[in-house]
Design a protein around this ligand. Structure first.
Ligand code: SAM
Length: 247
């Protein structure tokens, strides 16, 4: 997976050298190269921003340095890239969008700063806009990092265990079941018996029931989008009954 990032803060991307993304970089499953628009300015102060026409607060990123940076990234890309602008005005990024991104293999991410980017650059160069959520970040870098991290988890071979990504919350549309590790008892709270018995059929059944139940409790909006089969519906009913009895 190849990412070209257009950013005024390339140093922020060194964090990708840690953990799962770091391993993916070392194994050459992931390539992240940054282009700094300051390197493409035509003025002696290396300015990349100016006041907005029509007045108003803050500064706007000028189109020329950004466009030259995007063109440099396009030339270096191993195949025709999709150009994405990280923006609070974009569609909300999610697990399915990450899966679609993975299939595209070659992505240029534009991280804005200040009050944002001159509209003409967006019209000329951008294919898609994605948001990290309904809030305003100071810059697109943190959004770009999240996007790269989420997508890297889906690259075959990037995780220690091949099934990990498929079992993550949201991959199947449901939240992940509760997880436990040693000790068996912690401050009076015991690991559920079913997980200690080694009966994998029962463990799978319990985990699916918990996934359905947790999603029902914490994110009912996700369940509405799913078409549950009879087995899943029965498990969810069982979960709800157990909840009612425990109160
Ligand atoms: N004035 C802009 C607006 O109201 O749409 C917001 C500018 S914000 C301070 C600076 C940059 O941060 C944006 O150009 C964008 O690249 C990035 N950004 C801010 N919030 C974001 C979000 N929720 N998702 C993705 N990128 C975001």
């Amino acid at each position: 997976m190849w990412f070209g990032v257009i950013t005024l803060f390339p140093a922020m991307f060194s964090i990708l050298e840690q953990g799962i993304t770091g391993r993916a970089l070392k194994k050459a499953l992931l390539n992240v190269t940054c282009w700094d628009p300051r390197e493409f300015t035509h003025n002696k102060h290396r300015g990349v921003d100016d006041r907005p026409y029509g007045g108003g607060p803050g500064m706007v990123m000028m189109p020329q340095p950004l466009q030259d940076a995007v063109h440099a990234a396009k030339q270096a890309a191993p195949r025709t890239p999709v150009v994405i602008h990280l923006s609070p005005q974009g569609k909300c990024f999610n697990q399915q969008a990450a899966q679609d991104l993975l299939a595209k293999e070659c992505i240029i991410l534009i991280a804005g700063r200040y009050e944002g980017i001159d509209e003409r650059l967006l019209r000329l160069e951008v294919d898609e806009e994605w948001s990290m959520g309904d809030y305003v970040l100071s810059g697109g870098e943190i959004a770009a990092l999240a996007m790269i991290d989420v997508t890297t988890r889906l690259i075959p071979g990037a995780l220690g265990h091949e099934d990990s990504a498929a079992l993550d919350s949201l991959s199947s549309g449901l939240l992940k079941y509760p997880q436990y590790t040693r000790p068996e008892s912690f401050q009076g709270l015991k690991v559920p018996d079913v997980l200690m018995d080694g009966n994998h059929k029962e463990i799978d059944r319990w985990r699916l029931k918990q996934s359905l139940g947790r999603t029902w409790l914490k994110r009912p909006d996700l369940l509405v989008k799913m078409n549950l089969d009879t087995h899943q519906l029965n498990l969810l009913r069982e979960f709800i009954q157990e909840q009612t009895l425990s109160y």
